[in-house]
Design a binder for this molecule. Structure first.
Ligand code: FPP
Length: 252
């Protein structure tokens, strides 16, 4: 609790212009394993601490009026991690939804899962479906959790959906445009990502939202995810507010 109090106080030092917040923030939460290793603990210990960091970031995003927050929780490649780590992550997921869903719902958070929900183990699949159904009509923060997600697979899936529509005669090939394509991505209806944050200093996208980050501003911080507190988050938002976004054009 003391740590939460300190983070909260420090965070207020960072001034933000409420009229220029990013509409859509995406986060690659990296560094849980290294955080645990530095403490001589198993990787699962880092993931558990990572969930605590995540709770604070979700709450703050909702409090300050961010429209959409998308987090990378588990990629299609993460299944190849050691069995006990995968199993710890799956347990944390169940725990997270069991513990947080009511508070998220009360705060009008709308949960969407990006990824192959059908490919998740049974209990997780049920919990994810229940969370989406429970919060479906909420009009607060749009919280998108990428789980069993890979961006290339998402793009291929969209191409297949469109091809099937053309095959059925519902659509002509010359009608396919970016709006139709975007409507077939898991992120359909969401604004483009404005700000992509990656923790732990790695400069790569790791198969995350390849299409949606086309004009996003990237902020990479050295902080490991469990240490990414509200101060660090507001600093990333402030950095975004200093960027000069041109979307391929020139400054007027
Ligand atoms: C990357 O760190 C992190 C992950 C693969 C998992 C992120 C998951 C959470 C923060 C918690 C689960 C989420 C929910 C919604 C309950 P890493 O393990 O690759 O770290 P390393 O690069 O230091 O090894």
């Amino acid at each position: 609790m003391a740590l939460w109090g300190r983070a909260k106080r420090d965070a207020q030092e960072i001034q933000l212009d409420a009229t220029r917040l990013p509409r859509h923030v995406a986060i690659i939460m990296d560094g849980n394993g290294r955080w645990a290793k530095r403490r001589g603990q198993p990787r699962a210990f880092g993931h558990r601490a990572g969930v605590e960091a995540l709770r604070a970031i979700i709450r703050h995003s909702s409090d300050i009026g961010i429209e959409a927050l998308t987090i990378y929780a588990f990629s299609t490649e993460n299944w190849s991690r050691p069995k006990d780590e995968v199993s710890a992550l799956m347990s944390l997921l169940l725990e997270f939804f069991g513990r947080e869903i009511e508070e998220l719902h009360e705060n009008r958070v709308c949960i969407r899962i990006l990824g192959d929900v059908d490919g998740m183990p049974g209990p997780q699949r049920e919990a994810l479906r229940a969370a989406m159904e429970r919060t479906r009509l909420n009009e607060g923060l749009k919280l998108n959790i990428a789980l069993n997600y890979g961006s290339r697979a998402e793009i291929v899936r969209a191409a297949r959906i469109i091809a099937e529509r053309v095959e059925r005669g519902e659509l002509r090939a010359d009608q396919v445009d970016s709006a139709i394509f975007e409507g077939c991505l898991y992120t359909a209806g969401l604004p483009d990502v404005d700000l992509l944050i990656r923790t732990s200093g790695e400069m790569r996208l790791s198969n995350f939202l390849l299409y949606q980050v086309s004009y996003a501003e990237f902020v990479v911080v050295d902080t490991l995810w469990p240490d990414f507190d509200l101060h660090a988050y507001r600093a990333a938002l402030a950095e975004y507010q200093h960027r000069d976004r041109r979307f391929g054009g020139v400054k007027a």
